[in-house]
Design a protein around this ligand. Structure first.
Ligand code: ADP
Ligand code: MG
Length: 453
């Protein structure tokens, strides 16, 4: 559905051709890198192919980030049975493919898509060495650097690399928030029901690994019980030569609330920092993103890229964000060309929201969307599933407590909601936080992201 919507918007199909040709199409099978699409009407496959094959291919790759081949088939096609048997073959192969999916890894974060520059070549080389011989070279590997500079990307790359080489390896990637929240849950369950088993399960999950990656360790800090548990997890893995990879915004010595015994352990292996990219690297990252996201068709002029690279210096996520914003503005206003004034317009929001460090509702939207990995459109929308409605209510709560924005205005920002909806959301989060320690933990982490002390 997302792809179809994308196709409609992107290619400005008329409603008629959309409902007659595109909407009835169904994905029949996806095998390896081919999407088979079923044309289940009287329409000729040839016609659809001629008209929509290319746009559909582009849309699929834009939405999924994967370059699929697209093949149209009709119901009476002789190829149908062929596809069935191919699909049976593929389904057992799939088990290996899902190894990295199961590990919760972002398919886009691989060594292939990581641009190496002077700011990150040491961290990159160390990560690659660890990925090639986990547990054997640097243990732990401690990566640190400011937000948006590629720590998470590198960690996922290591995990992908190891799983690709050997899908049987047990690789666990989590944020320190997940570690903390799961520990809280296990302790809570332990108090009620069969007390040992919840903790035993927790320990098994974290200790029974070949590779454990803990992202943003700075958020564990300040909680004694979590540090204690992590200390034991660490020792257990380290003594059995299992690889540990940790990321943080600061080197161990500068993390004030970190217990000394953990600090020394973090310094046992290798510490690698990632700093802000220089101009050449920023240009290379922009070019790579244009290539990966198929943005070449917009023919963004060289001077516009230079302009972006010159103005966004300290955060790669912002660098990517400005390119996205530029394309969005271009589509919205449909100007003749993409030029510097348009880029200036795109950069305006990005530069002001982050660099002034004033907490605005927009900054909150950005950070919450990033934290839960959901879109801003969903935060502003009306979907009711908990995975979206809770983050949305968290936005309401944060906008209310961290900014002076009135309820009514928050409602407008969140896609035109009633002020009573906002009031209800704020109060609900307040109430839940008081009794739900994991929600409390999550919100305090988001607050730290909004306001890094
Ligand atoms: P961090 O975890 O340090 O906050 P991320 O790893 O989330 O940063 O990176 C932010 C964004 O920038 C991601 O979309 C990531 O893919 C991209 N990025 C960071 N470094 C690079 C790089 N060297 N090459 C390509 N993309 C990068
Ligand atoms: Mg990160």
């Amino acid at each position: 559905p997302e792809i179809i919507e994308h196709l409609r918007v992107e290619h400005e199909l008329s409603n008629v051709s959309f409902t007659t040709w595109i909407q009835p199409l169904k994905v029949y099978e996806i095998i390896d890198n081919t999407v088979f699409i079923l044309v289940n009407m009287n329409a000729s496959v040839e016609y659809i192919e001629k008209k929509y094959l290319l746009p559909l291919k582009v849309c699929i790759s834009e939405v999924t980030g994967i370059d699929y081949e697209v093949v149209f088939v009709s119901e009476d096609d002789s190829r149908i049975s062929e596809i069935r048997s191919m699909s049976a073959d593929a389904s057992h192969k799939k088990k290996t493919r899902t190894a990295s999916e199961k590990a919760g890894l972002n398919p886009k974060y691989t060594f292939d898509t990581f641009v190496v520059g002077g700011n990150n070549n040491f961290a990159h080389a160390a990560s690659l060495a660890v990925a090639e011989s986990p547990g054997e070279v640097y243990n732990p590997l401690f990566l640190y650097g400011d937000v948006g500079l590629g720590k998470t990307h590198l960690m996922h790359s290591i995990a992908h690399f190891i799983l690709n080489k050997n899908p049987k390896k047990k690789v666990l990637y989590v944020t320190s928030e997940t570690f903390t929240n799961e520990l809280i849950e296990a302790l809570k369950k332990g108090k009620t029901a069969d007390n040992e088993s919840a903790m035993a399960q927790f320990r098994d999950k974290y200790r029974n690994n070949d590779v454990l990656l803990i992202d943003d360790i700075q958020f564990i800090i300040g909680k004694e019980s979590t540090q204690e548990e992590f200390f034991h997890t660490f020792n257990h893995l380290h003594t059995s030569a299992k690889q540990i990879i940790i990321s943080s915004d600061k080197p161990p010595k500068d993390i004030e609330t970190l217990e000394a015994r953990l600090r020394t352990r973090f310094e046992w292996g290798l510490i690698a920092d990632i700093s802000a990219p220089d101009y050449e690297t920023r240009m290379a990252i922009l070019r790579r993103k244009i290539e990966l996201d198929h943005l070449d068709r917009y023919n963004i002029p060289e001077d516009v890229l230079t302009y972006i690279a010159e103005n966004i210096k300290s955060n790669i996520r912002e660098l990517e964000g400005s390119l996205n914003k530029l394309i969005a503005l271009y589509k919205l206003n449909n100007p003749e060309t993409i030029d510097i004034p348009l880029a200036a317009e795109a950069l305006k929001d990005i530069i002001s929201s982050y660099n002034n460090r004033v907490v605005t509702p927009e900054l909150i939207l950005d950070i919450v969307s990033d934290h839960f990995n959901i879109t801003i459109a969903d935060l502003k929308g009306n979907k009711r599933s908990a995975s979206i409605s809770v983050p949305r209510q968290i936005c309401m709560y944060l906008m209310r407590t961290l900014t002076e924005t009135p309820l009514q205005a928050i409602g407008i920002i969140l896609g035109g909601k009633d002020h009573s909806t906002i009031k209800y959301g704020v109060e609900k989060i307040e109430k839940e936080m008081a009794k739900d320690e994991t929600l409390h933990n999550t919100i305090s982490i988001i607050m730290k992201k909004i306001n890094p002390a």
